[in-house]
Each structure stands twice: as C-alpha cells, then as structure tokens.
Design a protein around this ligand. Sequence first.
Ligand code: G
Ligand code: G
Ligand code: MN
Ligand code: NA
Length: 253
Amino acid sequence: DLRTVLTSSSRAAGELVVHYQPQISCSDGSVVGVEALVRWQHPRLGLLAPAEFLDLAERYQLMPHLTERVLSLAVQDATAWLRAGRAMPVSVNLSASCLTHPGLFTTLESALDSSQLPAGLLTLEVTETTIMDDPAKAVAALAALTAYGVHVSIDDYGTGHSTLAYLNHLPARELKLDQTFTSRLLADERTSTIVAGTVDLAHRLGLRVTAEGVEDDATRQALAALGCDRTQGFLHSRPLPLVELEAWLAERQ
Ligand code: G
Ligand code: G
Ligand code: MN
Ligand code: NA
C-alpha cells in the first residue's frame, strides 16, 4: 500500500516516481525549467496519476513522506543534470499540509545538503488556495523557506480568492496562471482582459508569469502577446519520465 511505498526503503519505495514537464521561455523558446509531478508506478494497477492517490496520502498523513520523496528525487536529478553541465531549474509542488509541517525544513535542508545543489535551482510551488487558507501562516512559512535560497511560485493562480494586499507580502518570484484561463483565452474576450491585467499586476509586483495547460500554438502566441514570460503544457510536452525528458532535451538542442 501507499504507506509501505512511502515509508519503507524496500523495493516498494521505487514505485513512487516523478515525471518532468518542461517550461518554455516566451521570448526565445528555450527550456527554462521543469516541473516535477509525482506518479505511483503501481505493481498491479499501472501508472497512477496524483489525482488517484494524493487524497489518500492526505487522509493517512503521508504527505510529508511523499514530499520528502519527491524533493529527494527532484534534487537528485537536478544535481545529475548540473554535473552533466546543464543547470536546470526544478519546481516541486507543496500541499497545504506540508507547508505548515515542521518537518519540511529538515527535509529541505537535508535534500539540499546531501546533494550540494544550489538552492536557487529549486522552486517550491504552493497553490493560491493553500496560501489563502491561512495567509499569515503561509507568508511566514514561505519567508522561512526562501531563507534557504529556494524560490517560491504561486500555483493555480486565479482559482482562489487572493487579495492584492497578500500577493504583495508573498516572497514569491513567479505566478502560475491556472489552466482554466489558458483554455478559455482565445474563445473569451473577458478572459483575455483578465489575463492582461493579471500579467501587468504580477510584473509590477516583481513576479514573472508562467501560463499552464498550453495546448496549441495560437494560445501560446496570445499569451506571449499579453506579456506572459513562460508557457507549460502539452503543446511543448506532456510530463515525461526522466529518460524520455533527457531524450526530448537532446533532440531540441
Ligand atoms: O501530473 P498531473 O497533471 O496529473 O497533476 C495533478 C495535480 O497533482 C496537480 O495539481 C499537481 O499540482 C499535483 N501534484 C503533482 N505532483 C505533486 C507532488 O509531488 N506533491 C503535491 N503536493 N502535489 C502534486
Ligand atoms: O501542479 P499543477 O496543478 O499545475 O499540475 C499541472 C497538471 O496539469 C499536471 O497534472 C499535468 O499533467 C496537467 N497538464 C499539463 N499540461 C497540460 C495541458 O496542456 N493540458 C491539460 N489539460 N493538462 C495539462
Ligand atoms: Mn504545479
Ligand atoms: Na497548477
């Protein structure tokens, strides 16, 4: 079961894997980072997506274990890329329960120490909803995390109810525009207005904007015209296992 996978060092531990989805610069089309997305390679059920087991992990209080595993894998892979001469920024998702879990700092510290990865290559993504659950607590936790030198990204932006006042207090460097905006952009004038305003606000607050869920080039062009800095989505690549990502990167060079 998931508990065994997450807490044992046996063969079952290898069932938890991460796939990587590339992030592309709007200005020159280069690969500027990857997002680590967890998968469970289940011996009987096959490859399970996060939607199929994250709730379970939350319910059994296994999220800190899961995050520790994902962080460790992502840092390991980023270190290997760096040794191979490629400084590849990696983003890892943090759930609400992890953000406020005291063990997170130890986890982060040991992942960074054991690898000697420059902390600046690691970004932690926290959803807007997580932040607005308890904004004061989130701001404090994020400030403590950035003290390690890692970056913070506000994920799924536009689905929560953040106020401008809080956005301004967040020690974040990136805003990830939720894919609901991306998917509606070309069909709906209002969405385009909202995206334009959001990008403008984000830039004024010193945040770069990454649009998620970009599936076609017309949408990518519209996002770039509205000032988005980066795009991520099936247009470029689905999330890929490590070996496939490396092949994908090699082919683009
Ligand atoms: O990879 P996929 O598009 O199926 O991911 C679905 C959701 O699962 C996304 O919202 C993503 O943020 C979340 N997710 C993926 N990997 C992780 C992880 O390692 N930790 C947490 N907390 N969420 C993750
Ligand atoms: O952490 P976050 O919620 O942003 O996770 C992104 C999720 O969206 C992942 O589960 C990923 O597989 C999925 N995804 C990534 N690119 C696309 C896309 O272009 N279209 C759609 N529909 N989903 C995507
Ligand atoms: Mn994310
Ligand atoms: Na997201």
